[in-house]
Design a protein around this ligand. Structure first.
Ligand code: GTP
Ligand code: MG
Length: 239
């Protein structure tokens, strides 16, 4: 991962603004650190629905436009530079890549959408594969829908959000590349996007702000994902 350079240092104020809601406790941060310090193993790649790993632990999927930073975020969370392949070339990840984190959580890096000139066809193809994935994964706890913090929601993102609403798959918007814009611009984009989220039934109301390059929001996101993994583990024990 080489990153795109950036304006690190400007996100501190924006980070403080973001911390007004959804703050994890020190215990939750520690649970996240502990989970993501476990070994992370590549389970395999699925190009179509003919093979998907059979697992029973909680799963989270990383979705979003091509080049938004999905693979980089998987690498930042797990502290590995090359676990998920990143690239300057949009459309690098063409399959669903499954990773097992300590036998407690499965991370799925989805192919990006919206890079082809024929964006509509691209989204349809992406939708066909991911819809099959979404239908066949009852253990999927949440889709992390990554949005470039500089650009906010695009129409292709809105189409994906609508299909997730229809499929009743819980999802959360994750702003990426927070190192690339000023605190003021970030606060404005957060406000606009959160207002729009209110109209989407399956959307988590809060946006997580991250930078895979500067490390912004990574510990907090680890904490949130550890809480999801914990919920499933407790539910299984109670059965
Ligand atoms: N400055 C900056 N660059 C980033 C960040 N995250 C990713 N990038 C860069 O953005 C480009 C795309 O990153 P990837 O992680 O490959 O994006 P992706 O969403 O997996 O892309 P596809 O697999 O093609 O859909 C790479 O050049 C990364 O180095 C970030 O937080 N800050
Ligand atoms: Mg990728």
């Amino acid at each position: 991962m080489s990153g795109e350079g950036g304006t690190a240092g400007t996100q501190q104020g924006a980070l403080q603004a973001q911390q007004s809601h959804d703050d994890p406790t020190p215990e939750q941060i520690e649970a996240g650190r502990y989970l993501f310090a476990q070994s992370c193993i590549f389970l395999g790649a699925a190009a179509d629905e003919s093979w998907m790993p059979s697992t029973s632990v909680a799963e989270v999927a990383f979705a979003g436009r091509s080049n938004v930073g999905k693979s980089s975020l998987v690498n930042a969370l797990t502290g590995r530079k090359t676990l998920a392949r990143t690239s300057h070339t949009p459309g690098r990840t063409r399959q669903l890549n499954f990773f097992d984190l300590g036998g407690r959580l499965v991370l799925t890096d989805l192919p990006g959408y919206g890079y082809a000139r024929a964006a509509k066809t691209d989204v349809q193809r992406w939708s066909a594969l991911t819809e099959r994935y979404l239908k066949g994964r009852p253990q999927l706890r949440r889709v992390l829908l990554l949005i470039d913090a500089r650009h906010g929601l695009k129409d292709t993102d809105r189409r994906v959000m609508s299909s997730l609403d229809t499929a009743a798959v819980s999802y959360q918007i994750i702003f990426t590349k927070a190192d690339k814009l000023t605190a003021g611009a970030l606060a404005k984009n957060l406000e606009t996007t959160e207002a729009e989220l209110a109209t989407h039934a399956a959307a988590h109301p809060n946006i997580a702000v991250t930078s895979a390059v500067a490390g912004t929001g990574i510990a907090e996101l680890r904490a949130a994902l550890a809480a999801l993994a914990e919920d499933v583990a407790v539910a299984r024990e109670e059965q």
